[in-house]
Design a protein around this ligand. Structure first.
Ligand code: HEC
Length: 161
């Protein structure tokens, strides 16, 4: 075997190993993976609540690993921390309160470039459809309210055991 061929075989083997390694560790850091994140809390906003029009329904809050560590240790959220707000309609039937259709899927992601919004990127998608973003002006649509919790790095929810 020539030296060139030998090197080629080693290279193919190495590439194969890389591909396999990626498959073995699915990336759980993207928005699309949020159902594999940590569940932070759930809340139901009922009719009569001042935020009912926009946020009425049942919502769940999820955090990726970086955000979870910050929630738990009550530290500042590091770059890459991702928090997801999943809002569904409420269906009341047979004395049960259940989830209906998804109304909105929103997120906050810590960056180092969104200076006007506390270094958080804010976005929300109608019906959870990633092709339907609804935030055009994060300062007024989202941050205007979230800035009231500056002392918690602009995050309302807190970790509970
Ligand atoms: C009028 C106030 C208000 C506005 C406007 C608002 N939020 Fe929130 N948001 C809240 C409150 C209150 C919570 C906490 C809910 C809970 O504790 O269950 C929250 C929670 C969140 C969370 C989970 C992290 C946290 O802070 O607890 C995300 C993500 C989020 N909002 C994204 C958005 C996005 C994106 C927008 C803009 C489209 C937005 N919010 C606009 C009040 C607001």
């Amino acid at each position: 075997m020539t030296k060139k061929m030998f090197m080629l075989i080693i290279l193919i083997g190495f590439l194969g190993y890389c591909v396999k390694d990626q498959e073995a560790q699915p990336k759980k850091d993207d928005l699309k993976d949020y159902r594999q994140f940590y569940h932070i809390k759930t809340l139901i906003l009922e009719e009569g609540h001042p935020l009912y029009k926009d946020f009425g329904g049942i919502h769940h809050i999820y955090a990726n690993e970086k955000a979870y560590q910050a929630y738990k240790n009550k530290t500042k959220f590091p770059e890459g921390a991702l928090i997801v707000f999943d809002l569904m309609e409420v269906v009341k039937k047979d004395n049960a309160v259940a989830e209906g259709k998804r109304k909105v899927l929103a997120y906050m992601k810590k960056t180092n470039k969104n200076k006007d919004t506390g270094n958080w990127e804010f976005q929300a998608f109608a019906e959870g459809d990633l092709s339907k973003p609804v935030v055009k002006d994060a300062v007024n649509q989202c941050f205007a309210c979230h800035k009231s919790v500056e002392k918690n790095d602009y995050v309302f929810s807190e970790w509970r055991n």
